[in-house]
Design a protein around this ligand. Structure first.
Ligand SMILES: Cc1cc2nc3c(=O)[nH]c(=O)nc-3n(C[C@H](O)[C@H](O)[C@H](O)COP(=O)(O)OP(=O)(O)OC[C@H]3O[C@@H](n4cnc5c(N)ncnc54)[C@H](O)[C@@H]3O)c2cc1C
Length: 465
């Protein structure tokens, strides 16, 4: 059997590995448009050690991902964060990020009282008495709009957009609730089904009440993990396990179907031979383009998925003296005068990076609809990063000795999971149901996080082989 996988990001490499596991004799060709594998996983060889400038962690609470990496032989490489708290910079001060709630959305004012005005705190506490939300079971709503309406702008701008922005490169106003915080949408469903009053505080409380209390003296399991040698460990292990022939600088411009076989257009010599099965593991707009001839309706629908650009600047300093003892700081969306959206104090967050000495900081810029940073000069980006870092923390990066810099622009970094996204994905999958021998996967299809991308790629191959 001959397989073509388009895209050598996490989804494509996982798909290739799963095909190999299911069919040891398969011929697998992976076509990658750029000159390297990994896509949004990108480990850069800093002199001080391998450093991630794309994804930097994964949700270690997802046991399926931990098991998968362990099966790949990476169990010993998985490391966990220090557990230092994160901050949010708002009203000109760095304050503790609220604990509890759901994605920062509280059930009472208590966790956010240090971040919002007294009026907002009163409004949060009175929300349960307000009229019920008109909730459509199974549907989705704009999460920013709903929280604004119930709790006011400060909660959205200072907490929710800062937190969701870190994951999706979008403010809360560009995201759907079920698409990004599904457990909250499910709590609303449950309230509505039980005939209980549908308020935001009640939905959040429902989730909080269902959380198991930690046992006495029990150390909570780490929420996040990463690899000692960076994500390169994972994408290289996947490439190896797949046994696929991987073609770099192999841009695929189209996919055609003739009877039971497929031809991929572009990609050089091997692409001219037909394939029995094809996996498209490319970002949504590219997948739409590749589906144009074989599944025009799916292609048309997928075009509506938009992407958010962002930039990561990795900064290595000779000295970390004066950098706060925190994992990082998120910038509130209503904070004027700061260009960055977040700083990760990587050498504080990850003990294995701290061991290298000095300080490692990741500055992140750009949200959906704001492309100033992604188009800025590198010198400007570095200046903005150093100025913002100093304003927020007092840490003078120029004085600390800037030893290494790497700027990575992520054009089309992440798909926007707005309130129409889940319907779009379901419709695309529906249109592709009758197209035998073809599967689509990737961050747009089943969630942007690393465990979700792996799970979606595995499910896609499960259907294919
Ligand atoms: C800055 C940033 C930070 C992130 N941080 C985290 C994090 O800490 N934790 C987490 O869980 N997730 C994180 N994510 C999300 C996660 O990294 C991505 O969702 C995931 O890596 C996407 O994998 P993918 O294979 O779907 O897509 P991609 O990585 O985009 O791979 C698609 C591949 O297809 C190739 N391609 C495109 N068009 C063609 C074509 N026509 N022909 C051939 N090849 C083509 C691309 O070059 C690319 O290599 C982050 C994302 C970004 C951008």
């Amino acid at each position: 059997m001959r397989y073509a996988v388009i895209g050598a990001g996490l989804a494509g490499l996982t798909a290739a590995t799963e095909i190999r596991r299911a069919d040891a004799d398969a011929t697998i060709h992976v076509f990658e448009a750029t000159d390297r594998i990994g896509g949004k996983l990108f480990t850069v060889p800093f002199a001080s050690g391998p450093t991630d400038l794309g994804a930097e962690a994964f949700l270690a609470r997802r046991q399926d991902a931990v098991d998968y990496f362990t099966e790949l032989g990476l169990g010993e490489s998985i490391v966990h964060p220090s557990g230092l708290r994160s901050l949010v910079y708002t009203e000109g001060q760095a304050k503790n990020l609220p604990a509890g709630g759901v994605m920062g959305i509280p059930s009472s004012s208590a966790p956010v009282v240090h971040l919002v005005s007294e009026d907002t705190a009163r409004r949060i506490d009175a929300e349960g008495d307000a009229e019920a939300i008109d909730w459509a079971i199974g549907g989705d709503v704009n999460i920013g709009a709903l929280v604004r309406e119930r709790y006011g702008d400060e909660v959205v701008d200072r907490v929710i957009s800062a937190l969701l922005g870190g994951v999706y490169s979008c403010t809360a106003d560009d995201l759907g609730m079920r698409a990004t915080v599904p457990q909250l949408a499910e709590a609303f469903d449950a309230l509505a089904e039980a005939g209980e009053k549908t308020t935001l505080s009640a939905a959040v409380r429902r989730i909080e009440d269902a959380r198991p209390a930690p046992g006495a003296g029990e150390k909570p399991a780490p929420v996040f993990g990463t690899f000692r040698g960076g994500y390169a460990e994972a994408y290289e292990a996947l490439a190896e396990a797949s046994g696929a022939e991987i073609y770099l600088d192999a841009f695929i411009a189209g996919v055609e179907r003739s009877g039971d076989t497929y031809t991929v257009v572009g990609g050089g010599e091997p692409a001219s031979e037909p394939y029995d099965k094809v996996v498209l593991a490319t970002p949504a707009p590219t997948t739409a383009l590749l589906l144009k001839k074989i599944a025009p309706e799916a292609s048309e629908r997928l075009k509506s998925v938009q992407l958010a650009n962002s930039v990561v600047v990795g900064l290595k300093f000779d000295s970390g003296a004066g950098l706060p003892d925190n994992s990082g700081v998120l910038i509130a969306a209503d904070q004027p005068g700061v260009r960055a959206k977040a700083f990760t104090f990587s050498s504080k967050k990850w003990p294995h990076l701290g061991e290298r000495g000095g300080a490692l900081v990741r500055a992140s810029f750009g949200r959906f609809g704001d492309d100033v940073a992604v188009r800025a000069d590198e010198d400007d980006l570095v200046d903005w990063a150093l100025d913002d870092l100093q304003e927020i923390t007092g840490f003078d990066g120029r004085e600390a000795g800037l030893a290494e810099i790497y700027t990575q622009r992520w054009f089309g970094g992440l798909p926007r999971y707005d309130e129409t996204h889940l319907d779009t994905v379901a419709a695309v999958r529906g249109h592709l149901d009758g197209v035998a021998g073809l599967e689509v996967t990737g961050a747009w299809a089943g969630g942007v996080g690393v465990p979700a991308v792996i799970a979606d790629a595995r499910a896609a191959v499960g259907r294919l082989v």
